[in-house]
Write a protein that binds this ligand. Structure first.
Ligand code: ZN
Length: 118
């Protein structure tokens, strides 16, 4: 089996709900998202999937979220955990057939991330 991962960043603001602490106040992050897929069969060029194709899928998340206020876009508190599941479910619907989505990791800082996987 092979696993491939690509990463993308976006800048966005959020405000945690049902939470007491500094992060209930409006603030922003440069978020990083990593998508990891797996598969067994390489194509004639020796690739599981062209990285460019995988990046183009993740770019849709960048385009949806970059320079936005996340609370206006999603019907849940925009934590790293909730965003990773949301992105997973969105990506799972339209990836090429030769790969299976394994996990989505969302960083809200260089040292803090959450991963959603099944
Ligand atoms: Zn935050």
């Amino acid at each position: 089996m092979y696993k491939l991962s690509v990463e993308e960043k976006f800048s966005a603001a959020h405000q945690l709900t049902n939470y007491k602490g500094p992060c209930e106040n409006l603030h922003g992050h440069t978020w990083k998202v990593r998508i990891t897929v797996e598969g067994a069969e390489l194509d004639q060029s020796g690739m599981l999937l062209d990285f460019r194709v995988l990046k183009s899928h993740l770019k849709k998340i960048h385009n949806e979220f970059d320079h936005t206020f996340l609370n206006n876009l999603v019907p849940f508190s925009p934590t790293s955990e909730n965003l990773s599941k949301y992105i997973f479910e969105k990506m799972d619907k339209d990836l090429p057939k030769q790969v299976t989505l394994k996990e989505i990791t969302v960083w809200e800082s260089e040292t803090s991330c959450a991963t959603y996987y099944v």
